[in-house]
Design a protein around this ligand. Structure first.
Ligand code: PLP
Length: 430
């Protein structure tokens, strides 16, 4: 099909990027389990290596199954291109890699997935990069944190673990005024609930592992490029604007225009960092995305119902769901994610740390796992698991205090989930 704004989301989630297999007519996108692709002749090979012609060379860089997924996610996010990678964390490195150099920093929100806090506060230092953590509800603080060496601003749309909503437009305006790209992790919202590019984001990253695949079978990630950032407006992004020594002096922005970031991500990022998504994982994700809107509607409906019920429970101190009127983020839902506040939130128990442990151990339908965005309902006690590496201050700032559990509400019968939670809360209180 020809992809265009004339098609609705429900149509695009099934058809964008996919076409009947030219060789066999296979309707579902086949798993092209091939490492390499035969060149028509030596001239064709040279044109591919020179990036004068787009095609397949070697599956570390490009693969037809992965390409179909890249196109589909790019279309759903309203971007011009996308690069799939081996995980959500790989996508974050791949997003920053063309922008950063040793000595540069990225201004990031304190409200992030626990693994991202560790990646940004510790691991990226090995590359000579530095992250400055700021409360993104305080726009003055975001602005103040930006300095001459800042190369990007990073946040989540619906943020972990509490389901907080970021005012993306306001943050994008701050980044814009400083001539910097805003990178938004849209994993918890998915493009069905929120399209960050429409709010001014330059790049969108995802863990495909979560809602996009949707059934807990795949580890994968993707970076989507809006194609709107002018990489040549300053000398801050030489990998994109100046001759790139890692590709015999090619000027990516001059050569590829709005696709500069995408081409750089494939020709250099995947080529040299090798964080490639495998075609089988891409196939599972293509299948999963076909039902994204249906699943997200049910995720949101269940989350809304369960969060309201939990808020009225005696054993519960607080519920962070932004879809509740009690949430300070309630007003942002209509603006940022009008189809709903997602299905991820935290619950603070009056019984503290011990009650949380008893609660997660008693639940039956909810699985105690370090994952989110599955069809199955999931629970985790962040302070003793995903956020264990963080200091108490970082835990509190990230919404992962010791008396808090995070719920990822699945698409089962809401009444069954409520009965399960009720039983576990009673056990935790006794
Ligand atoms: C899971 C997750 C990640 C990391 O993704 P992986 O696929 O596990 O590497 C990043 N950000 C958010 C919001 C996530 O939920």
């Amino acid at each position: 099909m020809t992809d265009g704004p004339t098609y609705g989301f429900d149509t695009l989630q099934i058809h964008a990027g996919a076409r009947p297999d030219p060789a066999t007519g296979a309707r579902q996108t086949p798993i092209y389990q091939s490492t390499a692709y035969v060149f028509r002749d030596a001239e064709h090979a040279a044109a591919l290596f020179n990036l004068q012609e787009v095609g397949y060379i070697y599956s570390r860089l490009t693969n037809p199954t992965v390409a179909a997924l890249q196109e589909r996610v790019a279309v759903l996010e309203g971007g011009v291109g996308a690069v799939c990678c081996s995980s959500g964390h790989a996508a974050q490195i791949m997003a920053l890699f063309p922008l950063m150099q040793p000595g540069c920093n990225v201004v990031v929100s304190t409200r992030l997935y626990g693994g991202t806090v560790t990646q940004f506060s510790q691991t990226i230092k090995r590359f000579g990069w530095h992250a400055k953590f700021v409360d993104f509800d305080d726009l003055k603080a975001v602005k103040a944190a930006i300095d001459d060496n800042t190369r990007a601003v990073f946040c989540e749309s619906i943020a972990n673990p509490g389901g907080y909503i970021t005012d993306l437009r306001a943050v994008a305006d701050v980044a814009d005024a400083a001539g910097l790209p805003l990178v938004v992790d849209n994993t918890s919202a998915t493009p069905y609930l929120c399209r960050p590019i429409e709010h001014g984001a330059t790049l969108v990253v995802h863990s495909l592992t979560k809602y996009l695949t949707g059934n807990g079978t795949v580890t994968g990630g993707v970076v989507v490029d809006s194609g709107t950032f002018d990489w040549s407006a300053s000398d801050k992004f030489p990998s994109l604007s100046a001759p790139e020594p890692a590709y015999h002096g090619l000027k990516f922005h001059e050569t590829f225009g709005p696709l500069a970031f995408t081409f750089h991500g494939i020709a250099i990022g995947l080529r040299d960092l090798g964080m490639t998504l495998n075609p089988q994982a891409a196939h599972y994700t293509l299948c999963g995305i076909e039902t994204l809107s249906l699943r997200m509607e049910r995720h949101v409906e269940n989350a809304q119902k369960i969060a309201s019920w939990l808020e009225g429970h005696d054993a519960v101190e607080a519920v962070t769901y932004a879809g509740l009127e009690s949430s300070p983020y309630y007003d942002r839902v209509a603006k940022v994610c009008p189809k709903g506040a997602g299905a991820l939130f935290t619950v603070a128990l009056k019984g503290g740390y011990d009650a949380c442990i008893k609660f997660v151990d008693t639940l039956e339908i909810f699985s105690h796992v370090a994952n989110l965005g599955d069809t199955r309902s999931l629970v985790i006690h962040s302070a003793s698991t995903t956020h264990r590496q963080l200091t108490p201050e970082q835990q509190a700032a990230a919404g992962a205090a010791p008396n808090v559990v995070r719920l990822s509400i699945g698409i089962e019968d809401a009444d069954d989930l409520i009965a399960d939670l009720d039983r576990a809360l009673t056990a935790a209180g006794s």
